[in-house]
Design a protein around this ligand. Structure first.
Ligand code: NAD
Length: 260
């Protein structure tokens, strides 16, 4: 149902972003992949997406800390595929440390990548969406857009910011056929989660098993990790015409975490 449409997904070389890209391609959308990684592996993913969709699949190496890169990515998508209909802000990083030990450069990188990049993507994409009279902006927020955990000051600050940005943009685009929503997963089993286990072990003096069961899944009543595919399925639904009344929402996919 997305034939003829173009989806940009920031941070889509891995994890949840890759699951979004695959879900959009499976519905026939042209997809713009973005993120870091091994060049050969990224080219394999790009070719896989083009084969799945039967449409264009581009890779753009835009660094989400750089506003000029972001504007160029959106321009390129429009130039090479004809439009930008769906923009998914998904690139994200994490750093876990108590505030007194938190390196300022890590805090600033998290704010740039997890929060400011979404503002710059929207700033570049909204004019095209308004002109087309249709658009979908979706951001991967987090349960940490609604509640906090210790030692994640920068991440929680960025994700709460995403929730506010989502509401504001929804109001600005409400009469233009554009919806703006964020999806707030609990713990999803991806490289980002795996990578924070050692830091959490150090910060809290715990073993790997203790971090998995007593820290990560402690908050998730289902005691199961969310899957990237479950998150992508909701994004796909948000792109359907049936979802056009859903805007400005923060949709939890968190195994009951924020119900507690
Ligand atoms: P991941 O590490 O697997 O993927 C992150 C992606 O972002 C990668 O493609 C990486 O290359 C890209 N990226 C990082 N820095 C970038 C930069 N400067 N410019 C461009 N791309 C950059 O992580 P993930 O778990 O799939 O996370 C994706 C999003 O989901 C993040 O915003 C994260 O905060 C959010 N999230 C994840 C979880 C979880 O449990 N995994 C839960 C809630 C929210």
């Amino acid at each position: 149902f997305l034939k003829g449409k173009t989806a940009i997904v920031t941070g889509s070389t891995s994890g949840i972003g890759l699951a979004y890209a695959r879900a959009f391609a499976a519905e026939g959308a042209a997809v713009v992949l973005n993120g870091f990684g091994d060049a050969e592996q990224i080219e394999r993913l790009r070719a896989e997406l083009a084969a799945t969709s039967g449409a264009a699949a581009l890779y753009d190496a835009a660094d989400m800390t750089r506003p000029d890169d972001i504007a160029a990515l959106v321009d390129r998508a429009v130039r090479e595929t004809g439009s930008v209909d769906i923009a998914v802000n998904n690139a994200g990083i994490q750093h876990v440390a108590p505030i007194e030990d938190f390196p300022p450069d890590r805090m600033e990188a998290i704010i740039r990548i997890n929060l400011l990049s979404a503002w710059y993507v929207a700033r570049a994409a909204v004019p095209h969406m308004k002109a087309a009279g249709w658009g979908r902006i979706i951001t991967t927020a987090s349960a940490h857009s609604l509640v906090a955990s210790p030692n994640k000051s920068a991440y929680v600050m960025a994700k709460h910011g995403i929730a506010g940005l989502t509401k504001t943009l929804a109001l600005e685009t409400a009469q233009h056929g554009v919806t703006v929503n964020c999806i707030s997963p609990g713990y999803v089993w991806t490289p980002l989660v795996e990578a924070q286990i050692p830091d959490t072990m150090t910060a809290r003096g715990l073993t790997r098993d203790q971090v998995m069961n007593d820290v990560l899944l402690a908050a998730q009543p289902t005691k199961e990790f969310v899957t990237p595919e479950q998150v992508a399925a909701l994004a796909l639904f948000l792109c359907r015409d049936e979802a056009k009344a859903i805007t400005g929402a923060n949709l939890s996919v968190d195994g009951g975490w924020t119900a507690a």
